[in-house]
Design a protein around this ligand. Structure first.
Ligand code: F6P
Length: 541
């Protein structure tokens, strides 16, 4: 059977069973355990992670067809090619080696890559220790604050992980500046002392206009206060030569190869701000969690492989059921930036219109990814998730244990709300139930009928729940690596290159040409009428 025929078989199966309710699948007594997978791992001896995808409309046949599709699309061979450093980023002729940064590289990898990454990691750890102990200090003494300047992959990973691991912070305060909007840099610097602030300029290319503009502004801020900026700056980049143009000495430049994609780079020097906040040991635990997920991904059979399962559930929803978006709903306030992080990871990786060979995709690219932490989202957009006409598959994340032993009542409520949402989405409320509710409130006749209809929940809405012991550095590393590999599998199944991002270029080129047109009297005649009108309004103020 050709690959295309396998896609067709899945679509046919969906057409046959799509109308059947998810709840009815639980007539099989082992439904929950059959459609879930658990991973136990060393996290001070007690780490566990449970992926429950039983609240979806997948049955044995659909599952088998999905696994067959993944196998036939070459997931296993491609996975080996990634781990062993083959140039699978074909449009840029590069290997894809973020897994090497977890510190447990494959023996098949070329020695210089591995040695350089290990040596850089050691230098980072040494540097972080010196900053945290005060052995390396600013003009005014030990560093109290770190400002990380970067955008996209040079921002979202460290921001997300630094927020997530707040209970582990015992270093300087960490701040992040990404947007070229001067409001962010100005709000961040207000209240900071330039003489005790360390600045990390993180940019793979060291050319990104937002980062370079913010770095120049921060350098001016320090120099205006009489502080030698270069003495308190660090560069994180694949382009060490460009960092040198900023007079940052070589021992404070932390490089990485161009085979580390920006959105996959938090494990190496781009994670320096996180390492400064939590310390090298917890940063290593973060890496070791990811390494545990790498081992699992590489060795577990597809049918019990967490990233493969998560990916293929995603393929079922986005490609076969036709659901255009996916909500990521962490019931953990400290994971508030996880949806934004995953937006870049998933949408920059799999938001492509052509296959690896340049031909147009026969199907949709990856879905829109969005979300907010629960329970906040419940009081904002869950209305649509429950009763809107679009079906939105949801991914819930929840820890068994919080970090606030004095507030267990909060955490019980958090867990109860998380479970209640997936149950409500699946179960819904029928018109008969709604009518009974209204009758119990004393309504009758047309008014009862009218009110009841507003209270119907169609139900049968799919969700996946990821539960784990506690959000430790190790578990966070596992979760992030799980998503990285999920994106990889989805990309292979769609036949696209998940490791380039040509779609970001055109806007950057046009912005460079537009910026001079904001000057009074500038020639904008080559622009379309709308752009000219907007330029006129914005330059006139
Ligand atoms: O414009 C998109 C992008 O290239 C992302 O892929 C990347 O993470 C981000 O910009 C920042 O790039 P750099 O790290 O080179 O500054």
């Amino acid at each position: 059977m050709t690959l295309e025929a396998k896609w067709t078989a899945l679509a046919d199966h969906h057409a046959e069973v799509g109308a059947r309710s998810i709840l009815s699948l639980f007539d099989a007594p082992d439904r929950a355990s059959r459609f879930s997978a658990r991973l136990d791992y060393a996290d001070r001896g007690q780490g566990w992670f449970l992926l429950d995808y039983s609240k979806t409309n997948l049955d044995e046949t659909g599952f088998a067809l999905l696994m067959d599709l993944a196998r036939s699309a070459g997931v296993e061979a491609r996975r080996e090619a990634m781990f062993t450093g083959q140039p699978i980023n074909e449009t840029e002729g590069r290997a894809v080696l973020h897994t090497m940064l977890r510190g447990q590289p494959d023996p098949a990898l070329r020695a210089p890559w591995v040695q350089e990454a290990a040596a850089t990691h050691e230098r980072m750890a040494e540097f972080a220790r010196k900053v945290r102990s005060g052995a390396f200090a600013g003009a005014g003494g030990a560093f109290t604050d770190v400002v990380n300047i970067g955008i996209g992959g040079s921002d979202l990973g460290p921001v997300m992980a630094t927020l997530a691991l707040a209970p582990y912070h015992d270093g300087p305060r960490t701040h992040f500046v990404s947007n070229v909007d001067g409001a962010q840099v100005s709000d961040t610097l207000r209240g900071l002392d330039p003489a005790t602030t360390l600045v990390v300029v993180a940019s793979k290319t060291f050319t990104t206009i937002e980062t370079m503009t913010n770095a120049a502004t921060v350098r001016d801020w320090m120099q205006a206060a009489g502080v030698d900026a270069a003495a308190q700056m660090v560069a994180v980049s694949s382009a060490a030569d460009r960092a040198a143009e900023w007079d940052i000495p070589a021992d404070r430049v932390f490089g990485f190869g161009d085979f580390i994609g920006g959105r996959y780079s938090v494990w190496g020097p781009v994670g320096l701000a996180l390492m400064l906040a939590v310390g090298p040991e917890d940063f290593d635990a973060f890496r070791s969690g990811a390494a545990a997920m790498d081992r699992h991904f590489r060795t577990a059979p597809l049918e019990a492989n967490l990233p493969v399962l998560l990916a293929m559930v995603g393929v079922w929803h986005a490609q076969i059921c036709g659901y255009a978006t996916r909500a990521v709903l962490p019931y953990d306030q400290r994971l508030s930036r996880l949806p934004a992080y995953l937006q870049q990871l998933e949408m920059e990786s799999n938001g492509k219109r052509v296959a690896m060979d340049g031909t147009e995709l026969a199907r949709n690219s990856g879905p829109v990814v969005w979300g907010e932490p629960g329970t906040n989202g419940q009081h904002a957009f869950y209305q649509m998730i429950h009763q809107g006409t679009h079906v939105i598959p949801c991914e819930f994340l929840i820890a068994a244990l919080a970090h606030e032993p004095a507030l267990t009542n909060h955490h019980r409520l958090l867990i109860a709300n998380c479970l209640a949402q997936s149950e409500a989405l699946m179960r819904g409320r029928s018109l008969e139930e709604a009518r009974a509710m209204m009758a119990a409130r004393g309504l009758a006749g047309a008014e009862l009928e009218r009110q009841a209809r507003h209270r119907v929940f169609p139900g049968d809405r799919p969700s996946v729940t990821m539960a784990y012991r506690q959000l430790t550095p190790c578990t966070l590393g596992m979760i992030v690596a799980l998503y990285e590999h999920r994106v990889f599998v989805e990309g292979v199944v769609l036949g696209i290159n998940s490791f380039d991002q040509w779609g970001v270029e055109l806007g950057k080129e046009l912005a460079l040409k537009l910026e001079p047109m904001l000057a009074q009297g500038a020639d904008d005649s080559a622009k379309d009428g709308s752009t000219r009108q907007l330029l006129g309004a914005l330059r006139g103020a």
